[in-house]
Design a protein around this ligand. Structure first.
Ligand code: KE4
Length: 419
């Protein structure tokens, strides 16, 4: 199937990470997914820790989501006309995220982040944006940027096809480095529209904010009149009911969302203070639009997913599973004498093949990717599907069982010994 795919699709995939280039070998093709398990075309079953990169917090083919999609589909799959599901979804998002007074639905995390940045620039009438090395906010041009030589220089394009002019207003600094952010503000006083960050990085493995870091960003943006934008496409509804902003008690000005709120269907959203959001068309001068934004199927699926999270019980289960996995894998590494640093935030985790804690991208880059590749394939052969890159986070769902965890830990103990 991969050979066939290669004839028709660049790299045989519709998103690069799926091609297994970071771990070697060929990707398997999925036939179906149910709960915490996926089956490939040859009928091999895997415990799935990718969870379609975050959305599958209730596991795959969650009955209430499937049911919601089926009944919504009978009424039509897309209208391009306001429909009640959009209002229900907006109210649900606001219920979980008190910092969001108004919200706009889009169709991907990329769109959410791209639009939030345009809105921040329109609202503040400033051009510059600060982002952090190792944070990924989708593939909008001004965000495909690698660090300049320091906080005082601007980013350089990190992809072909992005003119340097498109990234010259993007300043890139190391994560967890409040001093570097302070220097960037000092060198660009009154010119920074906002800071955008993943409050917990899930796109360089799993990196937690150090004590005081998020608070410092909140203070600096408030003092300078720029906006704090939390990209919670991954952490939203994942690390707590109200995302990282609830878990760490920081109120951003804008929040980007995605993944879980679509129940697995294409979705994104951005929201925040009404005075900022009301700058959006058709009310205000910041243009943003989308044919399928708020489409009834993604709304119905997302509403079912969020309704299931309302009670908060899911987070206790996810924390239990996360703690058990962390404990099991850490002891497996110890008994195998493998150099692994396990980092976790609730049900998001990463095992770095590195000997010390990871606080930023530079630390993460010190992990041994070659060993990770062998670990990945050893686990895959044992029926455990981890994210096919050292620089991705793994995800648990409420559908994972203790048997799944036991199987994973047992496999890791054997595989790590063979590395
Ligand atoms: P999408 O455009 O892929 O829906 O969302 C972009 C995005 C924005 N912000 C954060 C924090 C994200 O994690 C993402 C997308 N995450 C990746 C996982 N590393 C999606 C997987 C992929 O690119 O295939």
């Amino acid at each position: 199937m991969f050979a066939e795919a290669l004839k028709h699709i660049p790299g045989g995939v519709n998103s690069p990470v799926r091609a297994f280039r970071a771990v070697g070998g060929k990707p398997f093709f999925v036939d179906r997914a149910q709960g915490a398990h996926v089956w490939d075309l040859d009928g091999n079953e895997y415990v799935d820790y990718v969870g379609t990169w975050g959305p599958a917090i209730h596991g795959h083919a969650f009955p209430k989501i499937i049911e919601a999609i089926k009944s919504a589909a009978d009424h039509g799959t897309s209208f391009g006309i306001p429909n009640p599901h959009e209002v229900t979804m907006a109210r649900l998002i606001k219920e979980f995220f008190p910092s969001i007074e108004k919200v706009r639905m889009v169709n991907s995390g990329t769109e959410a982040c791209m639009s939030a940045i345009r809105l921040a620039r329109g609202f503040t009438k400033r051009d510059k944006i600060i982002k952090f090395d190792g944070c990924y906010h989708g593939h909008a041009d001004s965000l495909l940027v690698k660090a300049g030589s320091g906080a005082l220089t601007f980013g350089h394009p990190d992809s072909a096809g992005v003119p340097k002019e498109f990234t010259q207003h993007t300043i890139v600094v190391p994560f967890n480095d409040a001093e570097a952010v302070k220097a960037a503000f000092a060198a660009n006083t009154g010119q920074i529209a906002g800071i955008i960050l993943e409050p917990v990085i899930g796109n360089a493995g799993l990196i937690l904010p150090r004590d005081g870091f998020l608070e410092a960003l909140r203070e600096m943006t408030t003092a300078d009149g720029s906006l704090l934008i939390f990209d919670e496409v991954m952490t939203g509804f994942r690390v707590a009911r109200g995302g990282a902003q609830e878990r760490f008690g920081i109120q951003p000005d804008l929040t980007c969302l995605g993944k879980i709120i679509g129940g697995g269907l294409p979705v994104g959203a951005f929201g925040g203070r009404a005075e900022i959001m009301d700058c959006l068309a058709p009310l205000g001068p910041v243009y943003q639009a989308g044919t399928l934004s708020g489409n009834p199927l993604a709304m119905a699926a997302g509403i079912a997913a969020l309704e299931e999270l309302k009670s908060g019980d899911a987070y206790r289960r996810l924390e239990e599973l996360g703690a058990a996995l962390e404990q099991g894998l850490s002891s497996a590494a110890k008994s195998a004498n493998a150099t692994v640093t396990f980092q976790r935030c609730g049900s998001m985790f990463c095992g770095y093949f590195a000997g010390r804690p990871v606080y930023n991208l530079d630390d993460a880059m010190k992990s041994d990717r070659e060993v990770f590749g062998r670990y990945f394939h050893g686990m895959l052969d044992a029926g455990v599907y981890l994210a096919p890159s050292q620089f991705e986070a793994g995800f648990l769902s409420t559908a994972h069982s203790t048997e799944d965890i036991d199987k994973t830990v047992k496999a890791a103990a054997t595989v790590m010994k063979s590395l």
